[in-house]
Write a new protein. Structure first.
Length: 172
C-alpha cells in the first residue's frame, strides 16, 4: 500500500512501476543542502548547533605562555612532573599529546579536585560551553575529553560532571 504522503500521485508511481520496474528499486541518493541560517536558540552564548557539534577544538582555548604560567604557578604542586605541565600547555594550544600524559596527584588534606577544576576552567573553554540546550550531551563530551588526557592519582580518580557543576554554582 502507498501512503498519501508520497510526493507524486499513486497513479504516476504505479504507471512508472509497469513501464520501468527496475527504476523503482534503484537506490536514490539523498542530498542535504547546507543552510545559511544560524541556529537561533541561544543560551549563555552557546547556540544549539554548537552544543550538538561540540568538538575538542571548541573546548581548547589558545593560551599564551605567560597566562598559562600564571594559572599553573598557584597549583604547581598538584602536578607529578614538569612533563605533565608541558603536555597540558600543548593540549591547551591544540597540539596532539598521548592519552593520560597529564599526571596529577591530589590528597584530601591540602589539595582537592576543586583545584584541578579551577585550573581546567581557567585554561579551557569549559564554562562557555557548559550551559546549553542539551547540556548533558555537551558536558559529557567535555568530561570525556579531559579524562582522556588527565590521570589523577594513577587513575584511581576521574573527573565528573558534578565536580564542575559545584564549582560553577559557587561562582558569582
Amino acid at each position: 500500500m502507498f501512503e498519501i504522503k508520497t510526493p507524486r500521485s499513486i497513479f504516476k508511481i504505479v504507471k512508472d512501476c509497469f513501464e520501468n520496474p527496475k527504476e523503482i528499486f534503484k537506490q536514490r541518493e539523498v542530498v542535504f543542502e547546507e543552510s545559511n541560517v544560524i541556529g537561533s536558540i541561544n543560551q549563555n552564548g552557546v547556540n544549539f548547533k554548537d552544543a550538538v557539534n561540540l568538538t575538542n577544538g571548541d573546548i581548547i582555548k589558545q593560551i599564551h605562555q605567560r597566562e598559562f604560567d600564571l594559572v599553573i604557578e598557584k597549583y604547581i604542586n598538584i602536578f607529578r612532573d614538569s612533563s605533565s605541565i608541558e603536555n597540558l600547555y600543548k593540549l591547551c594550544n591544540g597540539m596532539e599529546i598521548k592519552e593520560g600524559s597529564i599526571s596529577i596527584k591530589i590528597d584530601n588534606k591540602r589539595n582537592s579536585k576543586q583545584n584541578i577544576i579551577e585550573i581546567l576552567t581557567a585554561l579551557f573553554n569549559i564554562q562557555k560551553n557548559w550551559n546549553s540546550q542539551i547540556k548533558d550531551k555537551t558536558n559529557t563530551k567535555i568530561i570525556d575529553f579531559l579524562n582522556k588526557y588527565i590521570t589523577i592519582n594513577d587513575g584511581d580518580k576521574i573527573l565528573h560532571i558534578n565536580d564542575f557543576t559545584r564549582f560553577f554554582e559557587k561562582l558569582p
